[in-house]
Design a protein around this ligand. Structure first.
Ligand SMILES: [Fe+2]
Length: 378
């Protein structure tokens, strides 16, 4: 059995289905321990059922093609359902990739490594022995020029710096944050955008008050909250950010004017815990629309509201990425589709950043990043 290619194909397919379902199903969280329990019970029940069925079924077959036709009817049904599932996943992904996704006109301008204190040593150092670098302390500023369909020329050259998923206070020393935030403040964009998951516990909300002091940009500094911010205390964090003149957008829109053309800066309330009244965003009228949303799963709202660009975080770019395979676990109802980078459906471009912090403290092939976007008309 172990020498039959079909056996390994079978295991691989089961693994794919497991990853697919984990990404789509286990990330509909009730709060707190309920979320942990739901994820754990879902994963273990899937593994138990699959193991049970596989053991029963292995008794009848050694995975040689010749033995396939002698299998009992029930085993054939089980195998066919796995094959159908895989076929459906391939078709679904194919339709998305070939039909729904449009090309994005984007060019990477430069990547600048931020300075960090070498005394910060990442955990999981033993992975170095197998050639894997834990990148958690290797933050970089990545600058892109992005051309958007329908973007007014009056707003050409608008620069945005996106800072996402700080996860302050969880795994990183505060001195690490102090050092990189100091450098981020000096990037001088037209607009700063924090796209959620700034903190992990209520006490960290107070720390934000000092840490984010002095962020300034001509068009303003904006934030939307993430799921961890809500778990920690949305009210305390909103208060702290507001005191530092950072405008928290909770299904709200701020308008700015340049040469008679209006820019709408729209911010989504958190997808799982926030408010569901999206009428202000959906009814906004502007020549240029920028949409801040913690979750890439808010793309439906970005498209529906006619945003030219949605910027999101939350997935950490997949965080632990493998060569060729990409990331396995991505907390999105869309599976691994919108894990990292640029996407375009209809005329709305979605950008998903790797963010800065992480959870657990391991990043592979997915460096922490701060992103500077220069927007131009296509
Ligand atoms: Fe998140």
């Amino acid at each position: 059995m172990f020498f039959q290619p079909l056996f390994w194909t079978y295991l691989f397919f089961l693994f794919l289905i497991f990853i697919f379902l984990t990404n789509r199903i286990s990330f509909h969280p009730p709060r707190g321990w309920g979320e942990v329990f739901w994820t754990f019970s879902w994963c273990s029940s899937f593994l138990l059922v699959q193991t049970g069925l596989s053991v029963i079924y292995l008794k009848n077959w050694d995975f040689a093609w010749s033995g396939l036709s002698f299998l009992p009817f029930s085993s054939l049904i089980f195998l066919s359902s796995i094959a159908l599932w895989i076929a459906w996943m391939v078709v679904d992904h194919g339709v998305w990739k070939l039909i729904r996704l449009q090309p994005v006109q984007v060019k990477k301008i430069k990547t600048v490594k931020l300075r960090t204190n070498p005394k910060f040593v990442p955990p999981f150092g033993c992975l170095k022995k197998v050639g894997i670098t834990n990148q958690i302390y290797l933050p970089q500023v990545v600058e892109y020029e992005l051309k958007l369909e329908g973007w007014p020329k009056e707003w050409s050259g608008l620069t945005i710096v996106q800072v996402s998923d700080l996860h302050y206070g969880k795994f990183f020393p505060t001195a690490y944050y102090d050092g990189i935030i100091r450098q981020i403040k000096q990037l001088k964009p037209d607009l700063f955008a924090f796209t959620g998951d700034l903190i992990n516990s209520k006490k960290d909300a107070l720390a934000m008050k000092g840490l984010l002091k002095g962020f300034k940009a001509p068009l303003g500094v904006y934030a939307v909250l993430g799921n961890h911010d809500h778990g920690a205390g949305a009210e305390a964090l909103t208060k702290a950010l507001t005191q530092e003149s950072i405008r928290v957008l909770d299904n709200e829109v701020v308008y700015r004017k340049r040469k008679g053309k209006t820019l709408a800066i729209m911010g989504a309330s958190e997808l799982w815990y926030g408010n569901r009244d999206r009428s202000i965003i959906l009814n906004s009228k502007a020549d240029a629309k920028l949409f801040l949303a913690h979750h890439p799963d808010h793309y439906f709202l970005g498209k529906k509201s006619g945003a030219h660009l949605q910027i999101s975080g939350h997935t950490h770019g997949g965080q632990i990425r493998f060569p060729f395979l990409g990331p396995l676990i991505v907390p999105s109802n869309q599976g691994r589709k919108y894990a990292q980078g640029f996407y375009r459906e209809k005329n709305t471009v979605l950008f998903v950043t790797n963010g800065i912090g992480c959870y657990p403290p391991l990043r592979t092939l997915c460096a922490p990043e701060i992103v500077k976007l220069v927007l131009k008309p296509a």
